[in-house]
Each structure stands twice: as C-alpha cells, then as structure tokens.
Design a protein around this ligand. Structure first.
Ligand code: FAD
Length: 106
C-alpha cells in the first residue's frame, strides 16, 4: 500500500497546484468539472480512512469553485482540517497563493 505521508504530500502538491492554475473567471462548465472532480477524488483517494475523513469534510463544506481565490481558500481550509486532526500546525490561508503560485518574496 502507498505510504500515507508521501501520498499525502504529493497529493496536496497536486491539489494546491490545481487551485493555482484554476481560472480567475471559470466558465460554468469549468466550475462543474472541478466540483465533479473533487467528489470523485474523495471517493478514489487511495488511503481509505483519509478518503472517509475528506468525504465527511466535503459533506459539511461544499467545494467553493466560483473562482481561483475561492477554491484556493477552500482547499487551504480543507488541508487545515486535516492538519488539525493530525496535530500539525495550522497554515495561514492568506499565504496559500504565495506558497503554491507566486512564490515567496525573496
Ligand atoms: P502536508 O500536510 O502534506 O503539506 C505539504 C505542504 O503543504 C506543507 O509543507 C506546507 O508547505 C503546505 N501546507 C500545509 N498546510 C497547508 C494548507 N492548509 N494550505 C496550503 N498549504 C499547506 N494523513 C493521515 O494520517 N490521516 C488522514 O486522515 C489524512 N487525510 C488526508 C486527506 C487528504 C485529502 C490528503 C491529501 C492527505 C491526508 N493525509 C492524512 C496526509 C496528511 O495530510 C499529510 O499529507 C501527511 O501527514 C504529510 O504531512 P506533511 O507534514 O509532510 O505536510
């Protein structure tokens, strides 16, 4: 079975990169596609207890797909919910774009 930590790091990199590349003005189709993707993702994520937890989060917090900033923040909150569960520090979601898109200042 895949290493849960390595799988997690790679997957967060993938998901936050999806957010970074998501349009600032997505079409209705693009919004629908991202929503559908996230639902399917939460079902096929290859760590079953992680998938269960993520599905539970998604039930209470529908993915926000109206634009890049909304999705990036939603995903950051989702990641923070997992951080909290694992006793990891909370990430400042004001910084999500610096971390995953623009890069740090220096
Ligand atoms: P990661 O949490 O993998 O984060 C990688 C990098 O992302 C960090 O170094 C930081 O730079 C950045 N980052 C951190 N927080 C945020 C944030 N909120 N927003 C944006 N960027 C951020 N593991 C379990 O043991 N149990 C679970 O139930 C579980 N559920 C998971 C559910 C999902 C959907 C995913 C993708 C992973 C899950 N994991 C779970 C794995 C877990 O989240 C971590 O990936 C793993 O523990 C490795 O942690 P890490 O400290 O290396 O950093």
């Amino acid at each position: 079975p895949p290493d849960v930590e390595e799988l997690g790091r790679s997957t967060w990199t993938f998901l936050h990169s999806v957010a970074a590349m998501y349009p600032e003005h997505p079409t209705d189709d693009q919004q629908q596609e991202l929503k559908t993707f996230m639902v399917i993702f939460s079902k096929i994520y290859p760590c079953w207890f992680c998938a269960k937890g993520f599905q539970k989060f998604m039930k209470k917090n529908e993915p926000k797909v109206t634009n890049q900033e909304e999705f990036g923040r939603w995903l950051c909150d989702a990641h923070n919910a997992v951080n909290e569960k694992l006793g990891k520090p909370k990430f400042d979601c004001n910084l999500w774009k610096k971390r995953w898109k623009d890069g740090w200042d220096d």
